[in-house]
Structure formats: C-alpha cells, structure tokens
Design a binder for this molecule. Structure first.
Ligand SMILES: Nc1nc2c(ncn2[C@@H]2O[C@H](COP(=O)(O)OP(=O)(O)OP(=O)(O)O)[C@@H](O)[C@H]2O)c(=O)[nH]1
Ligand SMILES: [Mg+2]
Length: 310
C-alpha cells in the first residue's frame, strides 16, 4: 500500500479529520459506514454500542476525509462509561469539522443542550448539525423539529439527513470537504480504517452479542481475540474470549445446551468471512471477569485505554 505522491495529487487537494459526535444510538456509526462503503464500525439498535474511538477513511479524487467515530455521550454509570465519554470528548478539539449528530425523530432534551454547549466550548473547527433519521419524521413534524434542534446550537450549517436512506448524503459530504484544509493524503488510498483486523474481529463478535441478547447483558460484555492466524490462504483461524461481568451472565451468553453461543458464533463467523474474504474457523469461549466495567486494571487489560488528544 502506498500513498499517492503529493505531486500527483491536484494542487487543491484537501484532507482532514471529522469528529462524529452525539448521544448514543443517534446513528453516528451508521453514518460513517455509509460514507466508507463498508462496515468499519459495528452498529446496533441498542445505545452505547461504540466504546472506542476509531477512524473510517474515505478517499476521493479531490479529498481524503477521515471520520472519527466516537462513543455516544451519556451519563456514565461505571468506569467503562466514564472512559467512553472521555474518549468522545477528546475527539472534539483537534477535528477540522465536528458533526453534531442528533436523532430528529425524537424531541431534543437537556442532554442535547448540554452536548451543544460542550461542542461550542471545545470545537476549534467548523460544526455541522446533522439531523439524522429524517426518514422517521412525518412531514408535518419536520419544521417543528428542525427549529427545536436549531435553537440549541450555533453550528455553521445544518441539514436533515438519513444515514440508512442516504438522504442528503452528497450534500453533507460537499459541506464537509468545503471545510477541510488543503493537505496531502493522510492514509494510503485503499485503507478504510485504522483498526487492526484482530480488533475488528472482536467487534464483530460483540455486535452479535448485542444483536442476540436482550436488555443489559451486552453492556457487560467485552470480547478479546486471543488468536488470529491465517492457516491457509483461504482459511483464517480466530479464537476469541467473550468476557461477562458475572456468572449469571455467562449462563445467558452460553444459553441452553450452548445454543446461544452457537448462534452468536455462526453470525459473527459469517461477518468475518465477508470482511476477510476467506473461510473462518471461529472458536468462542466465555469467561467471567468479575465486575470488569468497574475495574481499572481489567479495563486496561481489555484494551480500554484513553487515546491521546486528537
Ligand atoms: N430509521 C433510521 N434508523 C437509523 C438511521 N441511522 C441509524 N439508524 C439506526 O439507529 C440505530 C443506532 O445506530 P448506530 O449507528 O449504532 O448509532 P450510534 O450513534 O453509533 O450509537 P452508539 O455507538 O451507541 O453511540 C441502529 O439500529 C441503526 O440502524 C437513519 O437514518 N434512519
Ligand atoms: Mg456507534
């Protein structure tokens, strides 16, 4: 993989970082996957899906846009939650553009005003208010919602959007590029994320835990890939451990006669095969690491380490 030499890029080439901020579940990761054209971030209908910062890279003939996905800003209930919120906040100051993503199918609340203030205080680049999920808003409510959200922020631009339907997809991209500074490609043109494949594999397991298990259990689950080996050109061996925070959760994850774990494993394996383009042999284990979301050492062991600013 090679960077395109700067002299081969148009003189007015642009590049930069776009921090995607918002409450949990508003559609930040879906928006980024939509632009990158591939799943770089896992998505689920449950809030607090994204836990770490990750980059999704879109390379165009005229610009390279580096989207930064962040965990949803919420009221933390444990150390993991605090870690997630701090991770998100640290992405704001160094971004060339901040996308303030809201769910326009719901009315704004106190947390939206809080978040608008936070962005105003910390952002140094441009701010665009993205009113996502417009596909869920009936036409008679549209104007009222737009005004309600607009009154919260003094962002430079705003637009109605749908990450799933593609509404205003090109319009938002044009706006973003307009605010990026001139600069070279920051990543090779064919790179779509900064995450190692190992980490993406762990996330794909966690995505299926979120998809298959109800209520609170997925929030108490972490996944670590222990082995990732290309056994043959067309076969990857992956061994992962699903960590629960207590014994009763372990039972739920495994399910009656191991059925639940099998279903999670099968679905995750299919996603991994699509990602890697090889057959995957996936071995899943469930272990208990008691109270890990509250335990500083366990968090560090599981890779939840605060990124540097930027
Ligand atoms: N109808 C509709 N649903 C959407 C849209 N964008 C996202 N969703 C759904 O909203 C849910 C949450 O999407 P995510 O992309 O995981 O949201 P997020 O903001 O990254 O959430 P966290 O990672 O928890 O902060 C998923 O079920 C998506 O399919 C949209 O434009 N319209
Ligand atoms: Mg997310």
């Amino acid at each position: 993989m090679e960077l395109v030499p700067s002299e081969d890029l148009p003189e007015d080439y642009r590049s930069g970082f776009v921090a995607v901020m918002g409450k949990p579940n508003v559609g930040k990761s879906t928006l980024i996957n939509g632009y990158v054209g591939q799943k770089v971030a896992i998505v689920s209908p449950k809030p607090q899906t994204t836990r770490r910062r990750l980059r999704g890279i879109l390379t165009l003939p005229e610009a390279q846009v580096v989207f930064i996905d962040t965990p949803g800003i919420h009221e933390p209930r444990h150390r993991l939650g605090e870690y997630m919120v701090e991770t998100a906040i640290r992405a704001i100051p160094d971004a060339d553009v901040v996308l303030f993503v809201v769910d326009v199918s719901t009315l704004p609340g106190a947390r939206d005003s809080q978040l608008a203030r936070l962005i105003k205080q910390r952002a140094t680049g441009a701010c665009i208010l993205v009113m996502n999920k417009v596909d869920l808003v009936t036409p008679d409510k549209g104007e009222e919602r737009r005004e309600a959200y607009l009154s919260l922020t003094d962002c430079d631009h705003s637009l109605m959007f749908s990450a799933t339907e593609g509404h205003n997809h090109d319009e938002l991209l044009d706006l973003i590029i307009q605010y990026l500074p001139p600069g070279p490609q920051l990543y090779p043109a064919d790179q779509i994320t900064d995450q190692p494949l190992r980490f993406m594999a762990a996330e794909l397991v966690r995505e299926q835990v979120l998809a298959h298990l109800y209520e609170e259990v997925p929030h108490w689950v972490a996944v670590a890939v222990e082995e990732f080996e290309e056994r043959r050109e067309d076969l990857t061996y992956i061994e992962a451990i699903v960590y629960a925070a207590k014994e009763s959760q372990k039972g739920i994850i495994i399910g009656h006669g191991g059925k639940m774990l099998k279903r999670i494993g099968k679905a995750a394996r299919e996603e991994m095969e699509a990602l890697l383009g090889t057959k995957v042999y996936l071995e899943l284990w469930v272990k208990v690491r008691k109270g890990w979301p509250r335990d500083e050492v366990a968090l560090r062991d599981l890779g939840y380490v605060l990124p540097k600013r930027g």
